[in-house]
Design a protein around this ligand. Structure first.
Ligand SMILES: [Zn+2]
Ligand SMILES: [Zn+2]
Length: 170
């Protein structure tokens, strides 16, 4: 899925509109697997801001499933992320923070999409903002069940101190 920037760089066009469905199956983020339910919709336009500097502005629409960071239940994510990135600036890489390496005068839209997602997706997904997670003792999902585990853990050093005090008082 390669896009040729030549018409833009030769000044034959003022901008290149993009509207593509980018197929991505799985992306890994942290230890989590993101599974795309449908291709990512990539919409935007490429234009020059200087002689040899090309910007790509637009948005990405994603539909994916992953696991809740706290309770591990499946989470469905339907989001649109805006982007505004430099994709081409030969010799000016120091001035512009390029989101990807162009190949000659071409950019790979799949790599671009993956890199934007890497930048924009949250690090962790939750089923609900106030997800109670799993009981650290028995593993019960505390959103849907209760357990009788004592999760107030006593710091072992504190427990030892308590015993010492008890001994000295007797
Ligand atoms: Zn959850
Ligand atoms: Zn428990």
């Amino acid at each position: 899925m390669v896009l040729d920037l030549t018409p833009l760089l030769d000044d034959r066009v003022k901008e290149i509109p993009v509207e593509k469905e980018v197929p991505l199956d799985v992306l890994f983020r942290g230890g989590d697997e993101l599974q795309f339910q449908q291709p990512v919709s990539l919409r935007g336009r490429l234009y020059r801001i200087e002689e040899d500097v090309v910007f790509f502005s637009g948005d990405l629409e994603v539909s994916l499933t992953t696991a809740c960071y706290r309770c591990l239940e499946p989470v469905r994510v339907e989001e649109t992320y805006d982007f505004d990135e430099v994709v081409y600036a030969p010799g000016k890489e120091e001035d512009y923070d390029l989101i990807m390496e162009p190949e000659g005068q071409e950019i790979d839209l799949r790599t671009f999409t993956e890199n934007v997602l890497d930048l924009k997706l949250p690090l962790r997904f939750l089923c609900h903002e106030d997800c109670k997670g799993l009981c650290p003792v028995c593993g019960a999902n505390l959103n849907t069940s209760e357990c009788n585990c004592n999760t107030e853990r006593i710091d072992p050093r504190f427990a030892m101190l308590k015993n010492l005090l008890k001994d000295s008082n007797s």
